[in-house]
Design a protein around this ligand. Structure first.
Ligand code: SAH
Length: 438
């Protein structure tokens, strides 16, 4: 019995797919890279923009010949296309090829479906396939065991913020933190299986614990995780400017295992657009925040996201974003073209009035600006030693990341997998660096 999982979208989906793979293996399934050989096919979907949604739906349609040839194949749709509130009947009507529908972070529907199919009661055991952690799901999939160096660990599920463009709150449900005990148990288990770096995930990860009866917080959690044996590095994302406190920044600065890497999206460099996006801060407040990050956490790598072509974004609004990026000199910026999403305030109340060609022009302009900025930032590392955690071999070179999350390729005949090494940088471009172990 074989399974095949295709994953679209964010790191949260990557983590959800890994957890699902572990659950399927507990049921006796084994992975296959060939979708036509699989007995269970899962598509873990993303709908944050129209493009990934189209990709996932096409992928599903392409399974039609397989399903026709072998009707016993189980096809499961997972993630944000399914959501937490779409009634099963609607989904069945819309996606008749799929047998099972799984909300984000929830393996239960498929595990139960397969258990029933096999005629045993595995799936009905209490706790089995529950959303997030179960003891069984703490095991990594076979392929990753002893091999996976850097893993994602979801700590805040859902989101209650409701930025006007964003569909995530409608698909992943309200914000809920996982209890610290559960997070720590999972981190210890990952470390025991060879994982050296974890990235804590949440839509607004800085809000960790605020909804829990026992009131934890991200700084407290970071301090607890810092004590976990075997964990060399800890990261967290994504931050929201309003919740990234000085206390949190001091925890980053003080805890050696917590990396100087902050992902805090600004989305626009214009106050009118930020207001229409319902982001809850001004450009000046973001500028001050970047200043605070750099003052409290020396050498911090600051990453951001931008949306171009939001409804009503004029050339002047866009220019303000361009000027802000030129000023702030951030280490990485992800630029997306605005895509209206069902249910969101922007889709309901605003006109998508920036033409596609203009969105693309603005995207390219920011991409070019940012490539120049990062190219220059990375030149500073030439001839310098950087600390790299080596993840895996890729095309004959070792691939790893610096504490600031910069990609580094290393030429070395030894087995460096999972090792922390000092690398002398010999070449640096905007997207990666190359070097040798110092
Ligand atoms: N809560 C996280 C993740 C949001 S989704 C955060 O704040 O970053 C990741 C990125 O996708 C967002 O930062 C935003 O830049 C982009 N995005 C979200 N909705 C979008 C939309 N409707 N159109 C285009 N980009 C969008």
């Amino acid at each position: 019995m074989k399974y095949h999982i295709t994953t679209y979208g964010c790191q949260m989906n990557v983590a959800d797919s890994r957890r699902l793979a572990a659950e399927l293996e507990q049921l006796g399934y084994r992975p296959t890279a060939r979708v036509d050989k699989a007995d269970v096919i899962v598509i873990n979907t993303c709908v944050v923009r129209q493009q990934p949604e189209d990709r996932a739906v096409n992928r599903l349609q392409n399974l039609k010949p397989i399903k026709e040839a072998r009707p016993e194949v189980v096809i499961a749709l997972m993630g944000c296309l399914v959501g937490t509130r779409n009634p099963e009947a609607t989904l069945r009507h819309r996606y008749p090829l799929a047998d099972v529908f799984m909300p984000p972070s929830d393996a239960r529907p498929l595990v139960q479906y397969l258990a029933e199919r096999h005629g045993d009661r595995l799936g009905a055991e209490p706790g089995c396939g529950r959303e997030q952690a179960t003891d069984r799901a703490l095991l990594l999939p076979l392929h990753d065991r002893g091999r996976l160096v850097a893993a994602h660990l979801p700590v805040v599920l859902g989101c209650s913020h409701a930025c006007s463009y964003c569909v995530i709150p409608y698909r992943r449900g309200p914000e809920r933190s996982r209890p610290p005990g559960e997070v720590l148990a999972e981190a210890r288990s990952l470390a025991a299986q060879g994982v050296k770096e974890i990235t804590l995930l949440g839509q607004i990860v800085d809000r960790y614990g605020m909804d829990l009866p026992e009131r934890s917080s991200l700084p407290t959690l970071l301090r607890q995780l810092h004590e976990v044996d075997g964990l060399e590095r800890i990261r967290f994302l994504t931050s929201h400017p309003n919740w990234l406190t000085d206390e949190l920044l001091h925890a980053v600065a003080d805890l050696p295992s917590v990396c100087e890497h902050i992902e805090v999206p600004v989305q626009s460099g214009d106050d009118d657009i930020l207001r229409a996006m319902r982001r809850g801060y001004t450009v000046q407040q973001y500028r001050d925040l970047v200043g605070r990050i750099r003052a409290i956490v020396p050498g911090a790598a600051v990453h951001s996201d931008i949306i171009v072509g939001f409804p009503g974004e004029t050339e002047q609004h866009f220019q303000n974003t361009y000027d802000l990026l030129a000023e702030l000199q951030l280490d990485k910026v992800h630029i997306a073209r605005y895509s209206p999403r069902p249910e969101t305030l922007a889709a309901r109340q605003m006109v998508d009035d920036v033409p596609a060609s203009e969105k693309e022009r603005r995207r390219q302009a920011l991409d070019e600006l940012q490539a120049g900025i990062v190219g220059r930032i990375n030149q500073r590392y030439l001839g310098q030693p950087v600390q790299v955690l080596v993840e895996e071999q890729q095309k004959g070179r070792w691939r790893g990341r610096t504490r600031g999350n910069k990609l580094v390729f290393i030429e070395d005949p030894r087995d460096l997998s999972g090792q922390l090494v000092e690398v002398q940088v010999a070449w640096a471009g905007p997207w990666s660096m190359v070097g040798c172990v110092a």
